[in-house]
Design a protein around this ligand. Structure first.
Ligand SMILES: [Zn+2]
Length: 154
C-alpha cells in the first residue's frame, strides 16, 4: 500500500501535457469504432512517417497479449496492439503502432528497420517508457521473452 501521497488539501492536479496525445476517443467506446479509430491512426502514421507504404489489412486492439505490446503478421498484413496501451501516453501508442507498421515493410530489427522507424521523433522516449513498464511488471522469471516484440531492449 502506497501512502506517500500529499494530503495538503491539494487535489491531484497531476495531468500529463497534451501535445503528444493522438486523436483517440477519450470515452472508451470499446467497439469496432475504436478499431476504426486505430486503423485511421495507423493510416495517418503510415502516411506521415512511412510515405504511406505500410498498408495493413487489419489493425485492432486485443486483450490477450502477454508480455508484448504489439504484433504484426506481414504475410497477412495484420497488426494487433495490446489494450494495455490504451492507458498509456499517445506518443507510446503511436510508437508501438508505427513499430508494427514498419514491420510490414521490414521484417526483422536490423539497421534498415531502425532507420525507417527513426523518422519518428519519440522512439527513445517511448522505448524507455515501455521498458520501465515492463520492468515494473516483471516478477523475476515470469516474463516470456521468446518473442518479446517491442519490449525487447537493444
Ligand atoms: Zn518489432
Amino acid at each position: 500500500m502506497v501512502t506517500a501521497e500529499p494530503t495538503r488539501g491539494r487535489r491531484s492536479a497531476w495531468l500529463p501535457p497534451g501535445p503528444c496525445e493522438g486523436p483517440y476517443p477519450s470515452d472508451m467506446a470499446r467497439e469496432p469504432q475504436e478499431d476504426a479509430a486505430l486503423r485511421a491512426r495507423a493510416a495517418a502514421l503510415s502516411t506521415h512517417y512511412l510515405g504511406g507504404h505500410a498498408r495493413p489489412n487489419s489493425v485492432r486492439w486485443v486483450d490477450t497479449m502477454q508480455g508484448r505490446w504489439g504484433s504484426c503478421t506481414p504475410s497477412a498484413g495484420t497488426i494487433r496492439l495490446s489494450r494495455r496501451l490504451q492507458s498509456m501516453p499517445g506518443h507510446v501508442r503511436d510508437y508501438v503502432l508505427l513499430h508494427e507498421l514498419t514491420h510490414l515493410l521490414v521484417p526483422g530489427h536490423g539497421p534498415n528497420f531502425w532507420t525507417l522507424l527513426g523518422s519518428y521523433p519519440h522512439v527513445e522516449r517511448a522505448r524507455r517508457y515501455l521498458d520501465a513498464v515492463t520492468a515494473a511488471a516483471a516478477a523475476p522469471g515470469s516474463v516470456e521473452r521468446s518473442e518479446a516484440e517491442v519490449a525487447t531492449g537493444g
